[in-house]
Design a protein around this ligand. Structure first.
Ligand code: SF4
Length: 136
């Protein structure tokens, strides 16, 4: 069962602030940027803050965290993912431009996301125009 945390508690809000600074630093040090989906970014940041409070480390929010049997009282991520994780640094970002959780990406990937979004909006506009024409 998911352990509950009061997300409006001062403790959690303070951890959120620290986590935002942390993700800013990750971007800076790795040469990454945030993906354009702000809801996802917010969710991942919340998840990282939550894991830090519950388990003492910023385990990836997209992977299970479980007790580490070799170290009583400690935890481990099912894919050994502590942010910024090795698979993102070594594989996901170099190969696909974005990490598994979809918060960090390359500047080029972000540019491509922006273009894709613009194209989507344009297509929607066109569709609206066509259906307006048809309903005349
Ligand atoms: S996939 Fe890796 S880099 Fe991305 S948020 Fe999760 S732990 Fe961090």
């Amino acid at each position: 069962m998911m352990q509950q945390i009061d997300m409006s508690s001062p403790e959690f809000l303070e951890e959120m602030e620290k986590t935002k600074k942390f993700t800013d630093k990750v971007c800076e040090s790795q040469g990454w940027v945030y993906s354009i989906n702000e809801d996802v970014n917010e969710g991942v940041t919340l998840g990282l803050a939550r894991h830090r409070l519950l388990f003492g480390k910023r385990f990836c929010p997209c992977f299970m965290v479980e007790p580490d049997e070799s170290k009583p009282g400690k935890f481990k991520s099912s894919d050994n993912r502590i942010c910024p994780c090795k698979p993102a640094i070594e594989k996901e970002i170099p190969e696909t431009g974005i990490c598994h959780c979809q918060i960090f990406c390359t500047p080029e990937h972000r540019e491509a996301q922006i273009k894709e979004k613009e194209a989507e909006l344009l297509a929607k506009e066109e569709l609206k125009k066509v259906s307006k024409e048809e309903s005349k």
